[in-house]
Design a protein around this ligand. Sequence first.
Ligand code: GP9
Ligand code: MN
Length: 631
Amino acid sequence: MKQAFKSKVPFILIAVVLLWVKTYIVYKTSFNITIESLKQEFILFINPLSFILLIAGLALFFKEKGMKRYLIITSFIVSFVLYANAVYYRFFNDFITIPLLFQSGNMSDLGGSITELMTPMDLLMFTDVVILIALAKWTPQFVSMSTWRPKVRKMYFLSIVGIFLFNLGLAETERPQLLTRTFDREILVKNLGTYNYHVYDAVLQSKTRAQRAMADGSELAEVQNYINANYKAPNDDLYGVAEGKNIIVVKMESLQSFVIDNEINGEPITPFLNELKDQSYYFNNFYHQTGQGKTSDSEFLLDNSLYPVGRGAVFFTHGTNDFHTATPNAIKEKGYTPVVFHANNKSFWNRDVMYDSLGYDKFFDIASYDVNEENSVGWGLKDQEFFQQSVPYMQELQQPFYAKFITLTNHFPFVLDEEDRFVDEFDSNSRTLNRYFPTVRYMDESLKTFFDELKAAGLYENSVIIMYGDHYGISENHNEAMSQYLDKEVTPFENAQLQRVPMIVHIPGVTDKNPKEFDTVGGQIDLKPTIKHLIGMETKNDIQFGEDLFSEERNDFVVFRDGSFVTDEVVYTKNACFDKETEEEVEQEACEPYMEKAKKELQYSDKIVYGDLLRFYDGTSIQVDESKLSE
Ligand code: GP9
Ligand code: MN
């Protein structure tokens, strides 16, 4: 028996190897996965293994006949999932995600063309199943159908754990916080494999669904009371000033306020923005409020005036929530066409799914741009090119539009081609900070180009341009170099102040004549009510945590996603309270009055997002499920 086992190949291993090799071949032939190094190729190669071993391993609990049947059926199902992904990819250029699959529209889009997407050659994808059937039927000499002893079985399952952890470990070195941040489906598939990705996706979805199922409209009542009590009437002078005009929102990548009006080796870092802000409304105490979802969180704040979630990226975790109150959805009522311009993969940050929920009519993603080696750097298409290629699309749009632009070049690790370098690098022990200045300077130049192009295209006069930085570019890890640049110590107080990002509202014909600098304390959460008021839309009944930045009744208050907050007098961060004037730590008492408010806002916002509560809200009243109330 022992002898026979040695010379024969177990049926289960044949099934595993066939499926494994096939998956890798399908990866290489059906999907367009970018591989940048040998290590990435290796991860891609091993990533299907843990799942296949596990699912096939269940066969070990059957007797011979059951085992054969189980392995054949399982191989078929797994192959089918792989095949479905391949077909889906041909159409959507994306991997299947459970909510996406059930989302209305998607399936019907696919439905009509599904037969066109399939070819007879696809049958080859099931070759291994046919081989397994043949082997099971004729059982050649070299194949063993016998079951394994418990000890061997145990080793088998233990080795799966080992392989999975090895895979995950390697993947984490490639992409830290891979699972918690969930950047991109392609990155997940590339690192964890298509099957593990589906399991992960299913777990995420069932968690979200369970929380959603348990929630009901009555939970909104308390939140709404709080929001009503905090409503601030808009500034009369500016209410409706942008009505009927195009709204152009430019999200400036990784741009922090400390570079504004500042220099590097005697040269201005943002000459264009410095000039522009002097012809605009400029907010110098405006903070980002993003969490792990970075850019996407800033977009979430912008369009919803809700806080992003504390863990992961809300674009991923709650991408299919009801966001009918989001700005893009809401302003259609005023005749606006909401669109997004961003030259990246549409699945990055799950944007394709989320943009649908937010109500964007069109996403000009990477497929809309001509991207080649010459015009790209770092993360992709250079900002200059991005703007230049976008303007012709804008000219085609139905006006007025609400167009969001997401820049890319000023992104970590801040790489730039020699010809795009207008200022020198800084000289410190942080290469990141050193390189930050030339890329910021480059982005500034591209914004200038954008304005020039808007003018040339005749779009400028009839538009209001709102620009904001999405989040920090230089993290706390570079505090030493940062203090060298700022010529002062980066204390927790200073670090909180470094979370300021520029925010500019430029209204041609208005702000150029009467520019104003505001020192109002505010943040990205305030953008939605501010924008809606500018175009003459009431927000009195909106579920929102922001306040109009121009309101004369405004509270000077901003909460960060980690619970830190800033007012006109204090900064509360890392469990310490600081006086803004002296910059010194003071008794907690000074921060006490706002602590509860900060916590409450985050909790209420989370409640809305986790419970998908906006589905119960019709814009004026909450739809309460009476049956649940009586329980
Ligand atoms: C990617 C871009 C950058 O599309 O928005 O995202 P980030 O890493 O800054 O969140
Ligand atoms: Mn960003």
